[in-house]
Design a protein around this ligand. Structure first.
Ligand code: TYM
Length: 333
């Protein structure tokens, strides 16, 4: 890595199936930034984060690999952008511990995701769920990251990462780059198809509320046909039209059309036509990803060579940061 180039880092959890919220809110921008920005990109599958909720080992192993394969399927080029599995780079856990000691209990307690998850997983409110944001800060700060492409739900965690970096730098001098979130204008928060006031989430029990990146085209179309809209019957962006606003954003992200173009194209047409068009456009944009994914999953040796090489490159950078941090803190070498 060349030192004066900007660094872009992001990660995704291998928990459950990835949804079009993950894709349009984050992954699509990872690929876009890799291809267009004059920067070094590093991406990871955040398996350590995923054990804050109980996982079944065999399924978990499979899901980590599938999530990794999806990253390559959307066009992450592992030769250009080191792409690795978080637990393979030990410095993530190491730096996370150190950063825990520079993070306040009250700061972690204010995290919306912690509050939500401790309600949905009330039987397992473990310490990892609480300190999750310091592991995320470690992920980011290890690579001296400038920009972090994420959906809007991660904004609060990013702000805490900045606070931790600034606090550490305030004590020890310039150790960490203070990262900035990159949150897209479009699809920063893809909403549920069944309750468009709620974020689309794979943990939603109603499978019609979310679309998986690997859903079959006919299932994708069917889910969009059932999407909840309103009684206004006009395809246009507007207040109180959460369902249609969401569908317009998704259609826009899938086709590249602007909201104005979409409104013009669907003038005088009903919601049925529009929902069908959105479903077909999404199915079409995911088709090449699904095909590539099926190919990659037949080639596990190739996947292994990619994640091993990714971890090697990442480890070299991570080791440098941890060495610097250890020295600043006063550990003996
Ligand atoms: P995760 O795995 O829940 O989601 C991965 C990415 O997808 C985005 N996303 C969405 N965007 C728009 N609409 C939605 N409905 C939607 N659902 C998910 C998320 O914002 C995220 O960008 N803690 C992180 C993973 C992580 C990470 C990191 C991210 C671990 N370490 C370091 C950035 C930097 C998470 O749980 O994302």
């Amino acid at each position: 890595m060349i030192n004066d180039r900007k660094i872009i880092f992001s990660a995704i959890q291998p928990s459950g199936q990835l949804t079009i919220g993950n894709y349009f809110g984050a992954l699509k921008n990872w690929k876009m930034m890799q291809d267009t920005e004059d920067a070094d990109c590093i991406f990871a599958v955040a398996d350590l984060h995923a054990i804050t909720v109980r996982q079944t080992p065999a399924e978990f192993r499979q899901r980590i690999l599938q999530t990794y394969a999806i990253l390559l399927s959307i066009g992450i080029d592992p030769k250009k952008s080191p792409c690795f599995i978080q637990s393979h780079v030990k410095e993530h856990s190491e730096l996370a511990w150190m950063l825990n000691c520079y993070t306040q209990f009250g700061e972690l307690g204010r995290m919306t995701q912690f509050k939500e998850k401790s309600q949905t997983h009330a039987d397992n409110v473990n310490a990892g769920l609480f300190t999750y944001p310091t592991l995320m800060a470690a992920d980011i700060l290890l690579y001296q990251t400038d920009f972090v492409p994420v959906g809007a739900d991660q904004k609060q965690h990013l702000e805490l990462s900045r606070t931790i970096a600034e606090r550490f730098n305030g004590i020890y001098g310039d150790v960490f780059t203070v990262p900035e979130p990159y949150i897209p204008k479009l699809c920063a928060r893809v909403m549920s198809l069944q309750d468009p006031t709620k974020k689309m989430s794979k943990s939603d029990a109603n499978v019609n509320s979310w679309v998986a990146m690997l859903d079959k085209p006919e299932d994708i179309v069917r889910k969009f046909k059932r999407a909840v809209t309103d009684s206004d019957m006009k395809v246009c962006v507007g207040e109180g039209k959460d369902g249609i606003n969401n569908l317009i954003s998704i259609y826009s992200a899938a086709t590249g059309l602007t909201a104005e173009q979409i409104e013009r194209d669907f003038e005088g047409k009903g919601y049925g036509d529009f929902k069908l068009a959105v479903g077909e456009a999404v199915a079409e944009s995911l088709r090449p990803i699904r095909e590539k994914f099926d190919d990659l999953m037949k080639n596990k040796d190739y996947l292994e060579s990619c994640y091993k090489a990714g971890a090697e490159t990442a480890s070299r950078i991570a080791f440098r940061t941890v060495s610097k941090v250890s020295k600043k803190i006063g550990f003996i070498k």
